[in-house]
Write a protein that binds this ligand. Sequence first.
Ligand SMILES: [Zn+2]
Ligand SMILES: [Zn+2]
Length: 196
Amino acid sequence: MKVEAAIATGTGSFQIDFIDVDEPQGDEVLVDMKAAGICHTDFDSLSWGKPIVMGHEGAGVVRSVGPLVRKVQPGDSVILNWAIPCGYCFQCLEGNQHICEVNSPVTSGNKASGGHAGLDRTTYKGQPIERSFSLGTMSGATVVREAAVVKTTVPIPFTSAAIVGCGVMTGVGSVINAAQVKPGRSVVVVGTGVWG
Ligand SMILES: [Zn+2]
Ligand SMILES: [Zn+2]
């Protein structure tokens, strides 16, 4: 299907243009995007030296699924996830899925993380085009693997769900994994931004 997407030029800017997104195969899921967050890494991705379908946090509705998909079905609301743990390496089995040794998640930006749908699933002007963090959420639709979607089971606006995949989990991970904050501890929060 043809959808509009924000495409980083690789030289510091972006354009809105049509891309082709393939039908899902195997354990892939085609998601109609409803909202995408904007992260500072998206600004960086404008200058990664190659065209990229922008966006690595987003939420949407499942349009169609491949024959091997089991946990979601068309019509489900989902949040997209770029950090897919393998589930069987030492760290995953220890409960440290955030530092999976096999599907090392992208944390430095300009590279693809493991476990995702192939780059050839999305094309631009007849050529395969990379999706930011293997997702490419700033697009009318995107095709990803089943492991890259999380079904939302409580009502949550798409605009709020969209930021769970990067902004929220980065903050939660900083608190739980890095700072190891426990209930009752005193903390200082910096960089909260400006409301209103
Ligand atoms: Zn981000
Ligand atoms: Zn793992």
